[in-house]
Design a protein around this ligand. Structure first.
Ligand SMILES: *Cc1c(COP(=O)(O)O)cnc(C)c1O
Length: 365
């Protein structure tokens, strides 16, 4: 058995950190992914030394050799989680061990080294220790944390890199639905898929997103907020959106979500929603869902609500699926009751407004 010691982080504080007035101005209207805090975490890895040189430094550009392998072969993975400020000013995050474990699975698939769960969570703690003032306090706001890992060896040969870096950056996030939770339209991609059998669909890697951007543009051109992908093999089963998992509500007591096939990303939000539904005595089904079932279910009234979920937007009601020659659902219908109450319960837990009965929260400050 290999014994690994937790990393210790060296701190170089920023001399150009923004003051309270500048920060408050940004936190008053942070939008999403636009502003970054004053510091970042870096941990390097090499085949000889393993993970080493963990540090917190001023936020700033990376210096990469033009031959750095990530720039050529896309060996990159990432995570997304949030820090939430509770009413008593304490700062918490939600199931970070799930993100850490998923980063390990993504690393395995992309032939990158695994970072321990402990070091992952400590890296997030380090960010909050120095930049905790960047966690906003207005309702439904948070500090979005973006851990990511890149192959960073200067070598054009095609093989797994022997030098890798892991980083954490953080960006304040405003309320996703500033004017109330409103259903969105989503676009059905029929020309493109995001993942195939044996591919990287279950890994959180930049390459999956790169493949989703063209269909995402098609979605915007058709007045839709997001794109829905079918399975790459048969083109009949619902997989997921570009960056969110999908649920169908049947009646008032059953939720159905596509089962994990290897081409679907296993969302932490997806898992949490299923648990909350089970806690309510609802039936939860993970199984194949065909496009035909969606269309017929909405037509017959068997499917009463459809929603998407992920860390960034939490739970988003889907009003309508739009395809080139048909639509399913009513874009103007209001958000459904099951969707809204699951969303409410999940955010109530995250913001500490109700007891954390599953031990999902980790205090960061
Ligand atoms: C990150 C991601 C999700 C949502 O995962 P959460 O852990 O709930 O944020 C869903 N689909 C894809 C493709 C993703 O990258």
């Amino acid at each position: 058995m290999t014994v690994t010691f937790p990393l210790t982080f060296a701190l170089t504080p920023s001399t150009g950190a923004r003051g309270k007035a500048d920060r408050d101005e940004i936190l008053a209207d942070p939008s999403f992914g636009k502003h970054f805090t004053d510091h970042m975490v870096t941990i390097d890895w090499s085949i000889e030394a393993g993970w080493h040189d963990a540090r917190v430094t001023p936020y700033g550009p990376l210096m990469l050799d033009p031959a750095s392998s990530v720039l050529h072969y896309g060996q990159e993975i990432f995570e997304g989680l949030k820090a939430y400020r509770h009413a008593d000013n304490s700062i918490w995050t939600f199931r970070p061990e799930k993100n850490a474990e998923r980063l390990q699975r993504s690393a395995h698939r992309l032939a990158l080294p695994e970072l321990s769960v402990e070091d992952f969570i400590e890296s997030v703690r380090q960010m909050i220790a120095i930049d905790g003032d960047w966690v906003p306090s207005a309702p439904e706001t948070s500090l979005y944390l973006r851990p990511f890992m890149i192959a960073n060896e200067s070598f054009l040969g095609v093989r797994a890199a022997q030098k890798v870096s892991f980083y954490v950056i953080a960006s304040p996030a405003g309320a996703y639905f500033a004017d109330g939770v409103a259903p969105v339209k989503i676009w059905l991609s029929t020309d493109y898929s995001r993942a195939g059998r044996g591919g990287t669909g279950a890994a959180k890697c930049g390459g999956n997103y790169a493949a989703s951007l063209l269909p995402q543009m098609e979605a915007y051109e058709n007045g839709c907020a997001q794109v829905l992908f079918l399975d790459g093999e048969t083109g009949t089963n619902v997989d997921e959106l570009g960056g969110m998992n999908v649920f169908f509500v049947h009646g008032t007591d059953t939720i159905v979500t596509p089962r994990l096939t290897g081409s679907i990303l296993e969302g932490v939000t997806r898992d949490s929603i299923m648990q909350l539904a089970r806690d309510r005595g609802m039936t939860v089904e993970e199984r194949a869902v065909t496009l035909a079932e969606w269309r017929d279910g909405v037509a017959s009234g068997a499917i009463t609500e459809v929603f998407a979920c992920g860390t960034a937007a939490v739970v988003t009601p889907i009003g309508q699926l739009k395809a080139r020659d048909f639509t399913i659902g009513d874009a103007d219908a209001p958000a459904g009751a099951v969707t809204l109450s699951l969303r409410q319960e999940l955010t109530d837990i995250q913001y500490g407004r109700v007891p954390d009965r599953h031990g999902w929260l980790t205090r960061l400050d």
